[in-house]
Design a binder for this molecule. Structure first.
Ligand code: DAH
Length: 344
């Protein structure tokens, strides 16, 4: 091989190295165009080398030509890969801006509010037992909210349910129990209903209290209804919502509209009954009030308490959602914080 040919090959190698080095600094379309002119343009060293090929000794030409062709192919490949990386060369045109391979803009898909979800689950369970869903008004009168439910006019249990009064007679309902009265006045037994709804109390806001909250009321009236029916139903409910290992207990309590009455506890969902911070060391968590419909309530709606028996219960939806999803502050439900809501 002649000295000229050796020099030619060395130049090819040097050019390749220089082009690769320069390519690493190319960061936009303009720089890419400069790179193209410098290494692939008509006046580039590549062009000059092509022309000088003919001046080499005939025997050296095939090897030199092959090296040159390889260099050209390498530079073109480099150019194309830079182009791909930096985007279409006609930057700014519609053609350049439209990339049909990009995923489309997806409208955000909403999720159910955790309270709605919990309410749907509660409803699904009782619907499977043949309960209908009824609704009552959020603004109630004294008769439905208290009187017909056997709260004597000056009974202290009215104080525990202080609320906003619209006037002397109308108030924001403090529980969903008044819907029991409305249902019984409209229908004849046998009947089974649940009543979901918003309730109101003049409670100070803290991690577990809010002046607006939600309950689901339940009422079943039939012949030969026993406390055992109530207990069995609520036990099955607790297992459905919180899992098959959940235990349930009735703790004697007073409600004017049921006799006997109980507060319903489930074994703590966090510690399983051992005692922890969530259950205050007790191993039990209250989820509902319940009892057998008081004979006076039946009398107030014109049912014969000798013929009919019934059970009723009322549960807090927030409370159940908090226990089910491990939510530690009731205020989270009402703040419309997307980061919180999107998890359900
Ligand atoms: N209404 C009661 C409350 O809000 C809860 C309740 C207790 C409802 C016993 C019932 C029941 O139907 O039988 O505190």
């Amino acid at each position: 091989m002649t000295e000229d040919a050796k020099k030619f090959l060395a130049e090819v190698t040097a050019l390749k190295t220089a082009a690769e080095k320069a390519a690493t600094a190319v960061s936009d379309g303009k720089a890419l165009e400069r790179w193209r002119i410098e290494f692939l343009g008509r006046k580039s060293p590549l062009g000059r080398l092509s022309k000088s090929l003919t001046s080499l000794a005939e025997g050296d030409r095939p090897a030199a030509g092959k090296a040159l062709n390889e260099l050209r192919a390498d530079l073109k490949a480099e150019y194309e890969s830079l182009q791909k990386r930096l985007g279409p060369k006609k930057a700014g045109t519609d053609e350049a801006r439209l990339d049909y391979t990009l995923p489309g803009v997806q409208p955000p898909i909403g999720t159910l509010h955790p309270l709605t979800k919990t309410y749907y689950e509660i409803t699904a369970f009782f619907a499977s037992l043949g309960f209908n869903v009824a609704h009552g008004p959020e603004v109630e009168d004294e008769f439905h909210n208290f009187g017909a439910l056997n709260f004597p006019p000056d009974h202290p249990s009215r104080d525990a349910q202080d609320t906003l009064y619209v006037n002397d007679e109308w108030l924001l309902r403090t529980h969903t129990s008044p819907a029991q009265i409305r249902v019984m006045l409209e229908q004849r037994p046998p009947l089974r209903v649940i009543v979901p709804g918003r309730c109101f109390r003049a409670d100070a806001v803290d991690a577990s209290h809010y002046p607006v909250f939600h309950q689901v009321e339940g009422l079943l009236v039939d012949e030969n209804v026993s406390l055992g029916d109530l207990k069995g139903t609520l036990t099955a409910f607790a297992e459905y919502i919180f899992g098959p290992d959940t235990k349930m207990r009735f703790r004697p309590h007073f409600f004017p509209f049921t006799e006997p009455s109980a507060e319903v506890d489930i074994s703590c969902v966090v510690c399983g009954g051992e005692g922890c911070r969530t259950c205050g060391g007790k191993g039990w968590l209250e989820i509902a009030g319940a009892g057998m419909v008081h004979p006076n309530v039946f009398r107030n709606v014109g049912y014969d308490p000798e013929q009919w028996a019934g059970y009723a219960f009322g549960m807090g939806v927030e409370r159940i959602a908090m226990l089910k999803y491990g939510i530690d502050d009731i205020r989270l439900f009402y703040e419309n914080d997307f980061a919180f809501l999107k998890q359900f």
